[in-house]
Design a protein around this ligand. Structure first.
Ligand code: MLT
Length: 263
């Protein structure tokens, strides 16, 4: 897997397919493998570039003692675009990856050809939510990644999800470094509300949500769509919070059509 160096920190990514560049930003606490079906078989005409956020997978965390903000992860993704010579790209993310995609769009709207917001939300955490982020961080540092994997697994999938997929996703979460999980949890607690910003973004946007998403439900996706001037919404049947993993065919079809129509 290729990597670049960002301030002497290794940043890994996968780069598959050819055509319009689509940056795919993974959720919490995953890696680029959260896009395994898409990377294995990118839709015709789409180049999929999926990094590991800092500390996850094979990317290095760097400073272990501070939160990894959504802006930090967006800066890394922009550095990757620079390294690959991409002046702009479609930018997409699942859940936390969606928070990062929105941070990138806020920082550098001219570099976003189109936005793909997957099982995510634009609101910030309330006070109780922020406190939970800190509890997750201290718990994972004290007890390991299983604390987070055990808590998240029951909320991730539609009722029809296969056990093999659940096992794979559980293994992926368990394999992540506690320091990276803690830093990202604290970073999510610091993210701003983006609802107002969404209203000003003119770029073509596709919002995708699993019909059974229990973490960022359909109502949140509809609220984002209603706020954005140029957004369409696709609700994926028989999918929960990981729509692209649970129903890759329906997901890929929607994304390929979006990229074609917005190019
Ligand atoms: C994710 O899937 O990335 C997380 O559930 C996002 C969050 O905890 O807000």
């Amino acid at each position: 897997m290729p990597s670049i160096s960002i301030k002497e920190r290794r940043y890994h990514y996968r780069d598959e397919g050819s055509g319009h560049a689509l940056l795919l930003l993974h959720g919490f606490p995953f890696t680029h493998e959260g896009f395994a079906p898409q990377l294995a078989s990118p839709p015709i005409g789409v180049r999929m570039i999926a990094p590991d956020h800092r500390g996850f997978g094979q990317s290095e965390l760097g400073d272990e003692d501070r939160a990894t903000t959504m802006e930090d992860m967006a800066d890394d993704a922009l550095a990757l675009m620079d390294a690959l010579g991409l002046t702009n790209a479609f930018v997409g993310g699942v859940s936390m990856g969606g928070y990062v995609a929105m941070a990138l769009a806020a920082k550098a709207p001219g570099r976003v050809r189109g936005l793909l917001l997957i099982d995510t939300q634009a609101g910030a955490d309330d006070d109780a939510g922020k406190a939970r982020r800190e509890t997750v961080a201290t718990d994972v540092l004290a007890k390991g990644a299983a604390v987070v994997a055990d808590a998240m697994l029951p909320k991730l999938f539609a009722p029809s999800a296969e056990q093999a997929l659940k096992d794979k996703v559980y293994g992926l979460m368990l394999a992540q470094a506690p320091a990276a999980i803690a830093a990202a949890s604290r970073g999510m607690g610091l993210r701003p509300d983006r609802m107002q910003a969404l209203a000003g973004w003119q770029m073509p946007t596709l919002i995708v949500v699993g019909e059974h998403d229990a973490i960022t439900p359909v109502a949140k996706a509809r609220a984002m769509q209603a706020t954005m001037p140029n957004a369409q919404l696709t609700v994926i049947p028989d999918a929960g919070h990981l729509a692209n993993l649970e129903q890759p065919l329906a997901f890929d079809t929607a994304v390929a059509a979006f990229v074609r129509s917005a190019s």
